[in-house]
Design a protein around this ligand. Sequence first.
Ligand code: ZN
Length: 449
Amino acid sequence: METYDVGLGCVEITPPVGTPLAGNFRDDYASRGVYAPLCSRTVVIRRSDTALAIISNDLLTVPDKLVRLVRQGISSRCGLKPDCIMVSAIHTHSGPAVEAIADEADGEKIQDMVIPGIIESCVQALDACKPMRLWAAAGKAEGVCFNRRLKLTDGQTLMNWTRPPSDTIDRPLGPVDTEIGILAAGQTSENPSLVLANLALHPAILAGDNWMMGTDWAGYYYDSIHKVFGPNTQAMFLQGAEGNVNHIDARDTQQGRGFKEAQRVGSVVGLSVVDALRDARLVSGPIKSSSLTVSVPPREITPEQLAWAGSVVDATDNSPAGTVDGISDVVFAQDQIEMAGRADPFELEIQVFRIGQVAIVAFPGEFFVEYALEIKAQSPAEQTLVVGLANGSVGYVPTSNAFAEGGYEPTSWRFGKLDPKAGNICAATAIEQLKMLFTDKTDHQRPMV
Ligand SMILES: [Zn+2]
């Protein structure tokens, strides 16, 4: 029976209470408590001279500098190649402000608090490597994923968190991807040491009226895995292309927010993962990695936008009000004025891992789910996981249609700064690498059993 060397690591990285929160626009950012510990979790998969590390952090994003320092730290301590290390965030909206959303939050200071723990979780995993089998499975997340962009009957584009009356809604402006990509490792699939799940779904159920740090719905997914398999099984989550997907069912006027809803969503995901593992297929074949960097031009700010931005800033005093969801216009306006002068392109890393017949594609931002569906359709792998918020933080990457439709994500600001072509450039690079990693005819022809 085919085995890999697999190691697991998990280190708590919750910063002290009082650390500014990320994920929402607030009048005051200081966290008031912790409802679930934040951790950095790693799985290392090794065979012959190749080792891959997949690190999932209970954070909102992983900014470029954090990724660089984590990779440097790991490489210098254990020689793992930087481009074989995937550093990702689950995108919890109740994480600490590793990336300043407002000036008062100094993101880099908070990054310094979590970096040692992230490095430690990977070193732990490397030290713990021992022979294990790997399994792949695909679950279905029913009733929890919704495209958050709505087309109203009057033609307007509106976000689902604004809760328009249901008789004014024409349709969602895009798809969702209910597939949960699953990898498990251990001696038997009934009693796994690792359960790793990948799904495109915003952990933003607890909104800007929550003042505590935690893991949103993902924490309840971890809990479900522990309840079924025991506390020693490591549950991991890799966020998908969640840019336009959240949990809000715009037609359900009774649906609440808060911990009860987070528990419902996390438990649905956890139980579908457990169900899917009954049909898990053994993974065999080589492990490989590839990483390419692409240049993407900055978003153009038109003279009309600049005029709008100037008038909004002139009409507002300097302290925009916090919002439970979404961002106030003056924040967009201030950012657009700042963006207008930029000419330098952004460098985006697109990383692809091959683990036997399974592929993992990692994108550095909040990609629209359409890109994941397209990559899965074109991938030569038997199963493809598409991970967002990994190896960098470039903000939203909408489809070109979305720019014509409007709405929140295509708006230009610090989390919407790339040229509209960015998504297509990145998807093409991912598909090219997938084909390259899977054209080796020698050993990938055996189907999963
Ligand atoms: Zn988000």
